[in-house]
Design a protein around this ligand. Structure first.
Ligand SMILES: [Zn+2]
Length: 433
């Protein structure tokens, strides 16, 4: 079929002439009535050129039926139409092109919409019948004509639009279906009847009549183990679970279904994966503000975990620019296990300390100006806690400085887990700063 144009008014060269254009496409043909010039001319004379409601209703009916028919035939795409009175376009199967041209012509010239109505009737599919309640086998060539897989996909789409769940299976020459209505969809439709005009629940009370043929088991994952199952019941609980996770993120369902939390939580629990391009020898790495940027970035990534967990405003590591020396020798200790950074200690050297006996509530001692390494923060990935990783980090800091572990200073306030660690390492008291 090639493109063609049918003129409806006397002189085809007149710009006001109404015309019907037929354009072949891959899956269907579009039949478009062009009233553009006609509308302009009518408006210029002060005449309304709107289409009567019975006209647009009939067109809409054809469109809906034709779309279903083309989807049923396997067309995978979608349709867009312009609204308004200047163009009236229909997408129809090739077998209905002549009927569509004739129906539009009589609708336009004679205000006779029976052609459109008849066309819609021929295109309409027995979707209601197909989606009737109960387990049924629909046979190709008898109940439907498209390939079973295509037909089942079409039916699923229609079922979804009606709020139904379609338990279906395509075989070589048929389709088994059992449409059911989920209680939530029923509730929704009964709550807002104005949004679902004409909707009637045909499914909820359905009982299979005796002697109905049941779907044979043909193996594979589509075997229906839910058939004749009873519904799950729900209860409301008074004390809902908390809304914050121990990793510091919210547990509430958010825009990404919690994916961001899941990623963060995995790092908080297992540590941060060591990048493959980083040559890491041994178990412990000491990163300074003059280390290569890949190392400083890794520290920054790890530092985000305690920051989030403890709701700190600032990260314990901010050295992400050019390598630079710091006066107080800022450095980070990273412990690696199983390919992940699982422990982190941020430190610097200071000379302004006070002694503390580690008794809650007791006062700090006098100022001491000896240069000591100071712990800014110690953090261990959750699954590795209570295994001595924190103590190893503090010991490494003391060893590097060449002092006993009791000489290390702790930045205040010391967290609860920090105090536990300090008591274990130096039970007689610590330096704080
Ligand atoms: Zn979490």
């Amino acid at each position: 079929m090639s493109e063609r144009t049918v003129h409806l008014d006397g002189d085809p060269r007149d710009w006001r002439c109404r015309k019907i254009r037929v354009r072949p496409r891959r899956w269907y043909a579009t039949v478009e009535l062009d009233r553009d010039g006609y509308v302009d001319a009518a408006s210029a004379r002060g005449h309304a050129a709107e289409l009567p409601a019975s006209y647009t209703d009939a067109v809409e009916e054809v469109r809906e039926a034709a779309v279903d028919r083309l989807w049923y035939d396997g067309f995978p795409g979608d349709f867009v139409w312009s609204s308004g009175s200047r163009w009236v376009s229909l997408s129809v199967p090739y077998t209905e092109v002549e009927a569509a041209v004739e129906a539009l012509r009589t609708a336009e010239l004679d205000h006779d919409y029976t052609g459109l109505e008849a066309l819609a009737g021929r295109l309409a599919l027995p979707v209601d019948e197909w989606l009737a309640p109960g387990e049924r086998q629909l046979v190709r060539g008898v109940d439907f004509h498209s390939p079973p897989g295509v037909f089942l996909r079409f039916l699923r789409g229609k079922a979804k639009r009606s709020g139904l769940r379609l338990n279906g299976r395509a075989t070589a020459g048929s389709v088994w279906v059992r449409p059911t209505l989920p209680p939530a969809q029923k509730e929704l439709r009964e709550m807002f009847p104005e949004q679902y005009p004409g909707w009637v629940d045909r499914w909820s009370g359905h009982v299979e009549p005796d002697g109905v043929s049941f779907r044979p088991w043909v193996g594979g994952r589509d075997q229906d183990f839910s058939h004749r199952a009873t519904a799950v019941h729900f209860r409301a609980l008074k004390s809902a679970v908390g809304s914050d996770c121990r990793c510091g993120r919210s547990l509430k369902d958010d825009w990404d279904s919690g994916q961001e939390h899941a990623d963060h939580h995995t790092q908080w629990a297992l540590g941060v994966r060591v990048p493959k391009n980083l040559d890491w020898l041994g178990d412990l790495a000491v990163v300074t503000t003059q280390s290569p940027i890949a190392w400083r970035r890794l520290v920054s990534k790890v530092a985000r975990l305690p920051q989030r967990e403890n709701h700190y405003d600032f990260s314990s590591w901010s050295h992400l620019g050019e390598p630079e020396e710091t006066e107080d020798n800022v450095r980070a200790y990273l412990v690696k296990a199983n390919g992940y950074v699982i422990g982190y200690l941020a430190a610097r050297d200071t000379n302004d300390h006070r002694s503390w006996d580690l008794v809650d509530g007791s006062r700090y001692g006098d100022v001491d100006e000896t240069m000591r390494p100071r712990i800014d923060l110690v953090w261990v990935a959750d699954v590795y806690r209570r295994q001595g990783v924190g103590a190893t980090l503090v010991q490494a800091l003391a060893d590097d400085f060449g002092s006993p572990v009791a000489e290390v200073s702790w930045s205040t306030p010391i967290s609860r887990s920090g105090r536990q660690l300090a008591r274990r390492l130096s039970p007689d008291g610590v330096w704080v700063s």
